[in-house]
Design a protein around this ligand. Sequence first.
Ligand SMILES: Cc1ncc(COP(=O)(O)O)c(C=O)c1O
Length: 451
Amino acid sequence: MLACVCEHTRAQGKAARVMTQPPISEAIQRSLRVFPGASNGEFNLPPELSIVIHRGKGCELRDSSGASYLDFSMGWGSVLVGHGNPHVTEAVIRQAALGANFAYVNENSLALGEELCRLSPACERVRFCASGTEATMYCQRLARAFTGRRKILKFEGAYHGANEVGVTSLFPQRLLAFPKADPSSAGIPPAVVDDILVAPYNDSVTAAEIIAAHADELAGVIVEPLQRCTPPKEGFLQSLRATCDAHDVPLIFDEVVTGFRLAYGGAQAYYGVTPDLVAYGKALGGGYPIGAFGGRAEIMDLVREEQLGKPQYVWVASTLGGNPISTAAARAALTVFQEPDCFQRLHDLGHYLRNGMRQILDEHQQSAQVIGDGPLAQVVFSTEPVYDYRSTKMGDSVKGRALMLALFRRKVFLNPMGTKLYLSIAHTQSICDMFLERFADSLQAVNAGKE
Ligand SMILES: Cc1ncc(COP(=O)(O)O)c(C=O)c1O
């Protein structure tokens, strides 16, 4: 299968270099009519680049016109197992005939819950929901209920899903003095923004100062252990853990991206730091809708119904959370992740891709760097050290977007916001080589002002 993908995509890579712009197809016109920006998510493509996806296999996508793409988004990282993974597909088909949803504990959700409590150092108890957005939202609510405090501290530029904390100070245009928050979306009441404190990622000293100054009103600290594509500095997460302990503030890890991607035990195992609460999503579901959150039993037990009416009771409900199809898919995905060398392969491949990109950027004498860890990569057009939102923002984002769109024109499917490239277990070195060929070609075209 992969050999056939390679031949096909290689031929398409050549064809793509001719750069003839196809007319906007009927499917895209329909999509433009019904979806704002012909998009269902965070990013819009220019109409002439917009596509309607027909199917995926491994790391190849086909659009409705039959064109083939190398997928370097992989459902925003949710399909780490690869599109149409046979283990996941078989588990889903088997379960589909036995019922799609019971909104109650079922054999699949029970076995998955047990495995999460086994693999995740933080999880003594767990609950399922249907997305990462819900999972981080419930962690915040639990932290507020447990401490009886209101404020949540997040790090500037971090994404925790589409909830209020997730989209505040996500892409701040105004670089306010810390810890003042700035909403990145309309529709967030000012009172909610006032309850969000913001610190610079990777700055233990400033974070500790803010936590100490606001300890008696601080319900929790939420962090992406590897923020977007920026790794934590040595000791940053450990210092955060120690500061939270010193002030009795729960620490929340948003492992929606890092979970099952950096290691089987996620960022907790990879960096050796255990939070009080943790949120999962994306890769856990093997491409199917899932969210999970868990943590210390004394915090998680606030959701038990006998607490109803008591001040600390926390409402948690999800019609589709823990549904037997998503949890069957997740169980199958976990068996794939437990195969020998799975994570070594993902790390080696990420290394190979990032090094290949660096080499090409050097050959073209670009002031740029490639950041990331594990199977993640991102180009930043800056030679200054990148360690937080503000240092990333120093980069030339216009050039970054032009490069992403140039890659898209050469049939690499990705998020043109220039955030992350996601690899999966279906990617290989030869797929990365094809990507790198298109990357070099795209860079040349952008530098020549042809894009
Ligand atoms: C770190 C992080 N947390 C939470 C989310 C939200 O997950 P979902 O899109 O499943 O709601 C995302 C999504 O990209 C994410 O990257």
